[in-house]
Design a protein around this ligand. Sequence first.
Ligand SMILES: Cc1ncc(COP(=O)(O)O)c(C=O)c1O
Length: 328
Amino acid sequence: MADQQPTAQGARGPAPEAEIDEQGWAWVDGQVVPLAEASISLAAHGLNYGTGCFEGIRGYWQEAHQELYALKVLEHYQRFSRSARLLRIELPAGPEQMAESTCALLRRLDVHQDVYIRPLAIKASRTIKVGLRPLRDLVAVYTTPLGDYVPLAGLAAQVSSWRRIPDNAIPSRAKTTGSYVNASLALDQAKSDGYDEAILLDQGGHVAEASAANLFMVRSGRLITPPVSADILEGITRQMVIDLALAFGIPCAERQVDRTELYMADELFLTGTGVQVAAVTSVDRRPVGDGAVGPLTSRLQEQFFKAVRGLDQDRRDWLTPVYGALKP
Ligand SMILES: Cc1ncc(COP(=O)(O)O)c(C=O)c1O
């Protein structure tokens, strides 16, 4: 698939539907191996039962600084550790060391473009018995260039008839591979019905999140987002946006959100490593606000992209410079 046209602000690279090029290298159980040889058995437990967890991390290339900035890489590995713990997977190293190994991999690959990093930990034993132990684990990290995951300037969303998986079935708080069946069913329904994105309600009928992104609403100048107890993934981008809003003096409430509030919101947007900050301009074919990207969404989008490209001095701590010290 051809490279996406870069949007004014977003990531530059292939579309997320593109097959990942297997040239290059992956980090597998502490060794750097050719990606094409980093394979797993058809009989692997994780492949058969979804017993694995993963992360998605973006690195943004800044031409003016000749630097690749890995975004919140430590926070992603901290969440990776928590997800692994739930699945009784023992990671070979702590978050700091995995973050450093990832930067070393990016340097070895000589990445000079926007990139997506995928840490993956799965049960690799070739066994039939369901459960979590005793099973052999495999931990890997691979990378691929990636453009915008969705268009940033106006998604048509559908409230899905698929409900978000509840915490006491498959916890959303952990980023487990098997739980993405839920997201895939919802997105498939949305796409089949002519929408761009799905919004999932929780078991109680309140708004949880989108297929692979957290959701924010603007009402009367205030930001509102479902709380971490609403069967959402505790999004790292979500927290970045909350921090940005608070720095701008914009109040942000984490509270239960009713479905009908989506129809009455002034603005709606999604946040996530993949989607970045993407506006939702209609829900169930009803325009959000006046149907255009709202002013607060635009402002947060703009500041987010400045920060991830190393152009916001106050948010340099979001970034790990892969090639060296932070440059002005
Ligand atoms: C289900 C789901 N919710 C939310 C998010 C957003 O999380 P983050 O901002 O940490 O990428 C993702 C992420 O990628 C996701 O898959």
